[in-house]
Design a protein. Structure first.
Length: 191
């Protein structure tokens, strides 16, 4: 961006032919655009008098910027157990009917008991600018317990303990017992 000043006192039509105005000052291309860095706010200590000599100054820190993450730290990867459903046997003579969990049963359990999993995801991403959908796949056995789980998330979050935290939270969940295993997918969005 250039700043050019033309004197307002210049002659009108009768004056000398118009020439290119002389550049008086040049500003960088980002002139007027503020920095995205957080600023420190000055705060007067309690009980101090404004303008008093030798009054101590205190600074209130603003939130630090998120650490810059590398592409490798942002890369999504799967970690955890093999969540392939076991082979099922069909017993034609038994009176009890084994079945997979139905959607409303899954939704009711997830809505009421998945807070621990969400907390693990938030904790693993705290202080970063990560935006992703974390996918948790789990196998619920016939008794309603989570027997296996697998997580798809950025590597950075795994380094912060996401897998262990998530698996611990999943073990505390209790689904309805249906007699047959069910594969459940739980997405958790960041950002």
């Amino acid at each position: 961006m250039y700043l050019a000043l033309r004197p307002p006192w210049g002659g009108g039509a009768a004056s000398a032919p118009a020439t290119e105005p002389e550049v008086v000052a040049a500003a960088p291309g980002d002139a007027g655009v503020g920095s995205n860095k957080p600023r420190k706010k000055k705060r007067r200590p309690t009980g101090s008098v404004p303008g008093a000599p030798n009054a101590p100054e205190e600074y209130e820190e603003t939130e630090p910027e998120p650490p810059p993450l590398t592409a490798a730290e942002r890369r999504l990867e799967w970690r955890g157990d093999d969540v392939t459903l076991p082979a099922t046997r069909i017993d034609m003579g038994a009176g009890g009917e084994a079945r997979a969990l139905e959607d409303h049963e899954i939704n009711a359990t997830v809505n009421s008991q998945a807070g621990g999993v969400r907390d693990c995801v938030v904790s693993g991403a705290t202080g970063t600018d990560l935006r992703a959908t974390i996918t948790v796949k789990l196998v619920v056995d016939g008794s309603g317990k989570v027997s296996k789980s697998k997580v798809h998330a950025p590597r950075y979050m795994f380094d912060k303990g996401l897998l262990n935290c998530t698996q611990r939270a999943l073990r505390s969940m209790k689904f309805p017992a249906t007699g047959a295993p069910t594969l459940v997918t739980l997405p958790v969005s960041l950002g």
